[in-house]
Design a protein. Sequence first.
Length: 376
Amino acid sequence: MPQEISYDGTTVGQLYQTFTKAGIDPSDASLLVASWIFENVGTAKHVFNYVELFPAVAPGCQPPSFARTFAHTDWVDGEDAVQAGQTTGELGFNERFHRIEHDLDALGTGVAQAFACMTAMRASLRKLLDEVRVELNRLHTNAHDNAALDRGILQVDKIPNYVGALDFGKYMGTTMFLDKKVSVWETKQGTIVLPALETVGVDVVAGTKLKGSAQVSRYLAERPDVRQRFPQEVRVDDFVRTFGDDELADGRTVRDVLKVLPAGSGFRSIGDMVVEIGEREAVIVRTTMGAPEAVSAALGIDTAIQSVGDADVAKLVAVPTKARQALSRAGINSVGELAKASPEKVLSIMKENQINAGAGDAAEWTAYAQTLTKLR
């Protein structure tokens, strides 16, 4: 049985699980792991396979069938009488127009479905192109290194490896370099520059800084007994005393997340407490140097756009790819629209698209989107 690749005590499987548990999309996590292998382990016979699925035919995206229901029979001047109601041998204006309405509605539904499918396809195509870019960069690096070896040149100062699981150091801001937007990070290995889009706002968007409210929302959706224990007013100290040691989905405890709230504070309901967690997390990020820019770069927000809510929901890597595609098909195309959607509606969309998601998932996604919209 072949041994799994390991470097400095970290295996490929462990690294991949760490990335995905932190909320990074499986496709992006695979790219990061591939980069880690190349940086730390070296080269070997390599076979390139796509990680992002791109089926030739997507369920629900087949051309809709359309059969026109209205067929006009010409009137004859001086013989046919114009009438509103339907009688024997004559449909009348009302029925004729209703059939035209029906045909227009059917065409509109088909066009909306086509645009939803195009949106989902664009998101998947972007993932595929990112994979191709990584593979091309790997090949170019190989060629460059081989040429350097032939000339007797030793290459140094490579980008630091990913051992340490998302310990990317301190984000210093975003700037332009050779007409490209890049992010600057201060790490233990020194100052490094990364493509802004590749950064994915790791320390902010993919980390835990903005996900306390989302994690508690998932916890409440999966533990109805918690709301029963505090049906109305709730004090933070009492809540921590009762449920503080419970573990959330990301490994933190309830106590860890509620530290953002002032000790001794009280709220009219658990829902208000969850909202306040999101508000305070957003304030912390807004006042952290470089963090708002990292979020903007991660979500592909142009500087002209004033609100994070306008960001494409396809950029929300905390939500699985298929779930994002289903949201787009249902008309939820932005982070702001997801924030306004109820967990029940999101869960219904997942069920309609046969996506394996529960009430906890829907509650987490909507609460996370709500926190993001508070950033700017």
